[in-house]
Design a protein around this ligand. Structure first.
Ligand code: LMR
Length: 328
């Protein structure tokens, strides 16, 4: 009885600020792809690293597969503080008013992942992340997925093979221009709706890195996949600015370290995840895979060459030129 009274007195007199300090800081991390993808795995790695580095003072709750929010909604949720962290593809930053990120959508802009990393890890990448602060969010890192390929229910060898097809795209003006340059009809659609749209014939084809294609079972609804590697798909990990700046500085530092390590992990697994997915698509026996020959690849490059000129006003001719200097 005596002990009970002591405990009761302690509980009643425990200052609420101390009580608040005992509560873990929760980071809700929402994303739209499967857990078994480069982004899905990197999110879980960040969760493990962040919780360990902060001795459990931070809890990261990862919500994959659009469970919590879908494409555009997750940006709004982040700005409203309904989630703390998201990692949208670089093609989805238009609603924040930062169209420059669509530079990463320009077809055949990046010859390989090394060239791409010279941009994202260098001054251009850092400057792009910094600009997000003006929009109420803090850009923490770029994460890789990989290079995209076209798919449809007819063989796609030459650019003219896309002519007349309704192609699903992410909400990017550059991707819209890309599909139009190929004579296709671009249709913007949320990621989580693509499978059903392909199945119902609302769209005829799409573009994805193999990991996104395979983990959404698109091999069940797309008979042909052409390894074109014509464009890049990657992410910026962003947090709500007010939340981030309100964190105790030791916690923020530990989270920055965790993010740096998760980013290195994402870069180290992306290629192998996509290679594995391509093999799995092949092994399914449902989708025929064609790898562009050099001649075919040249024809696609030529068909798409005008897109970057057309997009100069939107993205900025200077940014395009600066990136070309780094990647060439
Ligand atoms: C897409 O919509 O195709 C991608 O942005 C999905 C993703 O997050 O990789």
């Amino acid at each position: 009885m005596k002990w009970f009274s002591i405990l009761l007195v302690c509980a009643l007199t425990w200052p609420s600020s101390l009580w608040a300090q005992q509560q873990p800081i929760v980071i809700r991390f929402s994303h739209v792809v499967a857990p078994d993808t480069p982004k899905g795995k990197a999110a879980v790695r960040f969760q493990e690293l962040a919780e360990r580095a902060t001795n459990g003072r931070v809890r990261v709750q990862v919500y994959p597969n659009s469970e919590l929010y879908r494409d555009r909604e997750e940006l709004e949720a982040l700005q409203l503080g309904a989630v703390e962290m998201i990692a949208p593809s670089l093609s989805k930053f238009g609603p924040l008013g930062v169209r420059e990120f669509e530079v990463f959508d320009l077809p055949f802009m990046f010859p390989d992942a090394q060239a791409l990393h010279r941009v994202t890890n260098g001054p251009i990448g850092r400057d792009m992340l910094r600009r997000l602060r003006l929009k109420g969010v803090v850009g923490l890192a770029f994460w890789d997925n990989g290079f995209k390929s076209f798919s449809a229910n007819r063989p796609l060898r030459m650019p003219s093979d896309l002519s007349g097809l309704r192609m699903r795209i992410q909400p990017s003006r550059v991707l819209d221009a890309q599909m139009r340059a190929l004579g296709a009809q671009p249709m913007t659609m949320r990621f989580g709706e693509v499978y059903a749209a392909l199945e119902a014939g609302v769209v005829d084809g799409t573009e994805n890195p193999p990991s996104n294609f395979f983990t959404q079972d698109m091999q069940d609804v797309q008979a042909h996949f052409t390894v074109s590697n014509h464009g890049y798909l990657g992410y910026a990990v962003i947090v709500n600015r007010k939340f981030w700046e309100g964190l105790p500085s030791d916690i923020r530092g530990a989270l920055e370290d965790a993010m740096r390590d998760a980013t290195a992990y994402a870069a180290s697994i992306a290629q192998q995840e996509n290679d594995r997915a391509l093999e799995a698509i092949r092994a399914s026996g449902k989708t025929q895979i064609h790898v562009l020959t050099e001649t075919e690849r040249e024809a696609w490059k030529q068909a798409l060459a005008a897109v970057s000129v057309e997009m100069e006003d939107l993205i900025g001719a200077q940014l395009i030129a600066d990136i070309r200097r780094v990647v060439d």
